[in-house]
Design a protein around this ligand. Structure first.
Ligand code: ARG
Length: 401
């Protein structure tokens, strides 16, 4: 009797080849699991394809809702962006796929799980570390990392084994996509001097072809979660899809990032993340209104730590959970509406309001109605400047020092 393995299946060339390879190399019966987090065109076709290739069972799960609720929105509340540029779409999808792989393996009595990652990227780390955290008893197999075949060898293997070569194989790029963003690398993009050719982008119009009128959008937030567009309540998946459409028409969300991988390699990745770029900007604009200076500064540090943990495959760590608890607490008053203007590649915040706003007109105004006691300032400044006056006298600091 052979053992069973659950394979994270995309329907692409590598994971299709892996179905045969796991049987040949390890005599494992393969159960495939395709997870839709906003990336899958035809779940039924993928399901059938795996069966045709010899999978003993082919499962598909629509996990879009959970992806948004449990991964994307917590990361949005955290303002998590890796190295100031990458909204972490791929990185956020991995721990959810890991959870589902592990659940499936337990339910099906499998002894191993498998994924299609190579040995050079971050995704292998996210899978391996995540699986080890949730189910250390499961063996993890990464066929592409083990076989180390070139693209040509993989294609030859597929031909020998009657595995249909998907049309995407002719694409010069490696692409990963989900609701939060699209990641594109390889081909001409590997030379960081090359401008990304037009065919890299699918979700965003070139700047030359954007609309000639701006689009205004009012995004409503409740405790840091976006809940409405122009006054209409929408569930998370729909809200992201709607913003994605609108912002893409204005060429918003193109990112060209020289990024530092966990395995030490610098890589060049292009991202398209129209909804993420708009929502992150709007969310931060609302925080600017309702959080104090100290809360904002501390939260920016948490955001960068949080992003690093997600990127580095440590979603299931205690520290990520601790930071998430802080982030959640910080969102108690992040409720209100942000008005953005989408135009010519830019998402500009042009208005914000909240019942918990800390902006006080009667303190800020230079017009009548001013209640700020200007006479109190001189005493405050006297004390504030005390250390500088003391030092200047004791140490005779020169302006050029
Ligand atoms: N660099 C991104 C990350 O590490 C995306 C990786 C997948 N990219 C791809 N084009 N297949 O999260």
């Amino acid at each position: 009797m052979s053992n069973k393995a659950v394979l994270a299946y995309s329907g692409g060339l590598d994971t299709s080849v892996a179905i045969k390879w796991l049987k040949e190399r390890y005599n494992l019966d393969v159960i495939t699991l395709a997870v839709d987090i906003g990336n899958v065109a035809d779940l039924e076709a993928i399901k059938q394809k795996a069966v045709n290739l010899g999978a003993i069972k082919s499962l598909v799960i629509d996990a879009r809702e959970s992806f948004v609720k449990d991964f994307v929105f917590p990361a949005l509340q955290a303002d998590a962006v890796y190295e100031g540029q990458y909204p972490l779409a791929t990185a956020l999808g991995r721990p959810l796929i890991v959870q589902l792989l592990v659940e499936t393996a337990k339910r099906e009595g499998a002894t191993a799980v498998a994924h299609g990652c190579t040995g050079k990227g971050n995704d292998q780390v996210r899978f391996d570390v995540g699986i080890a955290a949730l189910a250390p008893e499961l063996k993890v197999i990464a066929p592409a990392r083990e076989w180390a075949m070139t693209r040509e060898q993989t294609i030859a293997y597929a031909q020998e084994h009657n595995i249909p070569i998907p049309v995407t194989v002719t694409s010069p790029y490696s692409i990963d996509e989900n609701l939060w963003g699209r990641s594109i690398e390889c081909g001409v993009l590997e030379d960081p001097w090359n401008e990304p050719p037009g065919d890299v982008f699918v979700w965003t119009k070139p700047l030359e072809e954007t609309l000639s009128e701006p689009t205004y959008l009012e995004i409503g937030f409740d405790m840091g979660i976006p809940i409405s567009l122009d006054g209409e309540n929408l569930d998370g998946v729909k809200l992201i899809q709607r913003i994605h459409e609108l912002a893409g028409k204005h060429s918003i969300g193109r990112i060209d990032h020289i990024e530092n991988r966990l395995v030490g390699i610098k890589s060049r990745e292009i991202y398209e993340a129209p909804a993420a770029v708009v929502l992150l900007k709007a969310h931060q604009a609302l925080e600017d209104l309702v959080l104090t200076k100290e809360q904002l500064r501390f939260k920016a540090k948490v955001a960068s730590e949080y992003a690093d943990l997600v990127y580095n495959g440590l979603w299931f760590s205690g520290l990520r959970q601790d930071l998430a608890a802080y982030v959640e607490s910080s969102q108690r008053y992040v409720t209100g509406t942000v008005k953005v203007k989408l135009f010519k590649g830019n998402c500009q915040v042009v208005g914000r309001k909240s019942p918990y706003s800390l902006y006080d007109y009667s303190l800020a105004t230079y017009d009548k109605g001013d209640i700020f006691d200007q006479s109190a300032s001189s005493g405050f400044i006297h004390i504030w400047g005390l250390p500088v006056r003391t030092q200047a006298q004791a140490q005779h600091l020169k302006p050029s020092e």
